[in-house]
Structures are given as structure tokens and as C-alpha cells.
Design a protein around this ligand. Structure first.
Ligand code: ADP
Length: 251
């Protein structure tokens, strides 16, 4: 009940915050269109605009988390082929990985093994992409130079209840201690990263877990401080595994 009350409160609060913010952003954009505006004022207005947009994106994420948690937002899932989505996310994250000197290993079926490209999951493609992007970019952000990120897809062959497709995102980064793991999914809790140069605001994992759960999935994590972490996104498969869609390996 307390959790529901919190979600309702956050949902109302976020709506109330969005209204004045839209005026700030909208009028800043209007003033920027003025050709008479001196360059210095234009630059200052640019700061107002980008701070406003940043704040709006935070508020939208909080609103999304609370409306998913309160059950107000129903998510329509469909059968989504996993491989193309993974490829897109990896391609988007590759420049970040290269800039951080982190190797990003891409899914390739081993010779003689079933092709993971055949795995389909029950998901909303946009939301699934958001979750994967967050987990992948975190694995790069909280890594070390010359480190690695490895992506693997597993599918249970037994047909039980619940999520049976598992996407492992394993990094060789800084890792997390048990006390940090306990608070990892709390909104705005960066579990110590706020004292580092790594940018973030501590909403990504809370949002990702709410999104995963809204699709009947889950996110779990195992970690060793100083050695790295493995974040696993569990999803429901769309259809039973066949000879062509059983466990895939990522190299
Ligand atoms: P952000 O990255 O914006 O701080 P997140 O909600 O995505 O927020 O993550 C919360 C915190 O969890 C991060 O600040 C970081 O301390 C920790 N974290 C997330 N992913 C990893 C990872 N792969 N390895 C180590 N720490 C991580």
C-alpha cells in the first residue's frame, strides 16, 4: 500500500512539474527565434533550454517508472526477434565503447550450435531497446580501459512458467559490493558513482527494471568488486524453443 501511495504521489508530482517546465522550454525556444537576439543572450538562453530539457527527461523517466509501478500504464507486448535488436543496441554503444577503450563482443553462433537469431521474446520493442541500451551503456561506463563487455543469449529448453530467455551482459569493470547491490535499483541512488567522474543521475536501472517487469520480465545481477558484473535481463520467449532457437552463445 505504501509503495502504491508513493507511486501515485510521484505520478501526480511529475505531472505538476511538467506543466511549468513546458512553458520554460517553449518560451525559451520562441525567444531563440528572435533574429535581433545578441549572441551572448542566445548562448545564455541555450543553457536555460538544455537544463530545462534535461530536467524534463528526468521528470518523464520518474513519471514512467511510477505509472508502470502503479499499474496505470499497460504495455502491449508482441513477438520480437531478439538478434536484430541486440545488433542495433551494440552498434549504438560501439562508439562509446571505443572511446573508453572497452571491447564490446558481439553475438555470433558457434559452429554447430543453434542460431540465437531465431530467439523471439514477448516485448514492446521500444521498451526492450531502452532496457538493453541502459544495461549495455552502464557496462561500458562502469568498466576500465582495455576492459570488455560480453553479450550472451540463453534460452531454457524446458517449458516452465515465467521468463525463459536470458540476456547476459557481462563486464570486466569495477564491480559492486553486496551493500551496493542492495540499493542498486533505488531511483537517484548512484551507490557511490556520484563521487566519480562518470556522469549519470541514478534513474536508469530503476527505470529499466520497471520496464522489464512491465513486459513480464526481470533484471538480476551478480557482481564481484574489482572484477566485474553480470546483469541479466530475463524475458518471456514468444513460442517454445525449437531446434533452431535453443541456447545461443555470444563470442
Ligand atoms: P547512472 O548510471 O545514471 O548513475 P543507473 O541507474 O543506470 O544510473 O545505475 C545506478 C548505479 O549503479 C550507477 O551509478 C553505478 O554506481 C551502478 N552501476 C550500474 N551499472 C553498473 C555496472 N555495470 N558496473 C558497476 N556499477 C554499475
Amino acid at each position: 500500500a505504501a509503495s502504491q501511495a508513493k507511486s501515485d504521489f510521484l505520478s501526480r508530482l511529475s505531472h505538476e512539474l511538467r506543466t511549468p517546465l513546458n512553458a520554460i522550454i517553449g518560451f525559451s525556444q520562441l525567444i531563440q527565434m528572435d533574429p535581433q537576439l545578441p549572441a551572448e543572450r542566445r548562448a545564455q538562453l541555450g543553457h536555460v533550454l538544455s537544463a530545462g530539457e534535461h530536467l524534463l527527461s528526468l521528470i518523464n523517466q520518474i513519471l514512467d517508472i511510477s505509472s508502470i509501478e502503479s499499474g496505470a500504464q499497460k504495455v502491449a507486448t508482441q513477438a520480437v526477434p531478439l538478434a536484430p535488436l541486440l545488433e542495433t543496441c551494440v552498434a549504438i554503444c560501439r562508439p562509446l565503447a571505443q572511446a573508453s577503450a572497452v571491447a564490446l563482443e558481439v553475438a555470433r553462433p558457434l559452429p554447430g550450435e543453434p542460431d540465437p537469431a531465431a530467439v523471439q521474446v514477448q516485448a514492446d520493442p521500444t521498451r526492450l531497446r531502452q532496457v538493453l541500451m541502459n544495461l549495455l551503456s552502464n557496462a561500458v561506463k562502469y568498466n576500465r580501459p582495455q576492459g570488455s563487455v560480453r553479450l550472451a543469449v540463453r534460452q531454457d529448453v524446458t517449458c516452465g512458467e515465467g521468463p525463459n530467455v536470458h540476456v547476459d551482459i557481462t563486464d570486466s569493470g569495477i564491480g559492486l559490493a553486496p551493500a551496493q547491490l542492495e540499493r542498486l535499483f533505488e531511483p537517484f541512488n548512484r551507490v557511490g558513482a556520484e563521487r566519480t567522474v562518470v556522469e549519470g543521475h541514478g534513474l536508469g536501472l530503476a527505470h529499466s527494471r520497471a520496464l522489464a517487469r512491465s513486459m513480464g520480465g526481470e533484471i538480476t545481477v551478480t557482481s564481484q568488486p574489482g572484477q566485474g558484473s553480470c546483469f541479466t535481463l530475463h524475458l518471456q520467449s514468444a513460442g517454445h524453443p525449437t531446434a533452431d532457437s535453443r541456447p545461443g552463445r555470444v563470442n
